[in-house]
Design a protein around this ligand. Sequence first.
Ligand code: SF4
Length: 278
Amino acid sequence: MFTRYTLLRALRRLHALRVSDPIDEELRGWNWYSPPLKPRAHLGLGVSELVYGVCPTRRDLWLRRVAGVEPRPTRAMAVGSAVHTLFHESARDVARLLASGETPWDAACRLMVSSEKRVRRLLGFNSWASSLYRAFVLAWCSSAAELGSAPWVTEYSVDGSPLGLSRRLRVDAVADAGVVVELKYGSWRESYPVALAGYAMALESYLETPVDYGVVILVDRVEERPRVEIEPVYIDNHLRNEFLQVRDEAIDMLLTRSEPPRPRTCPRECPFREVCRG
Ligand code: SF4
């Protein structure tokens, strides 16, 4: 689980990496006005649509941005959205009770008792979702009891426009000491740290403060029970360059407006299958 203590312990492993491979000044977000950060065009792109696209030819991005086609939400997208709702709302519920003077353990007890009702009201269904809500509540309350910290700022809004990104980027959370957090449902993917690099540079351009570390919180369901793990990430030069390359290729493709071809096979989870494959 992601109590403040476990987070700090996980990040400790990264300090040596940072010392041996420091971040180049030109890759800091506050240098957005010069290459390689300066974008070729300001198209208001989202980090997730850049990094998590499933189409090998980037036709998904073209469909959304040039042809104006909305994706058809898949089951995985719906579950991911529910996980985000529980993460955000549990943090808000705990913060509200702590602010009203409740102790962390009283807050935990109260929210545990009402969890099923609360989750049904939020999502319209229950099952394993209320267990996940309780796991989040316990994590926030443990951190508050252990070290006196309030829940993280979730759904942190940041203006990514200096980097050619959206004016209203939503970072899943910003944890202690400016650690950027990405919340994902399912198993690990290599693209998660690349998304963290995009958010980190956007935060650096916005706050003019270094963001060197991130964590991916991975939520999964094992035998109808939620499993929550955290993976620490040093947001190094390689990840930053990888994000910028993805961004620049996407901008070039969108500026030409030419329609990308259909690949021979399409991933099952693509939300545009109906449009492209009928
Ligand atoms: S359905 Fe196939 S061609 Fe269309 S966006 Fe998805 S992966 Fe690309």
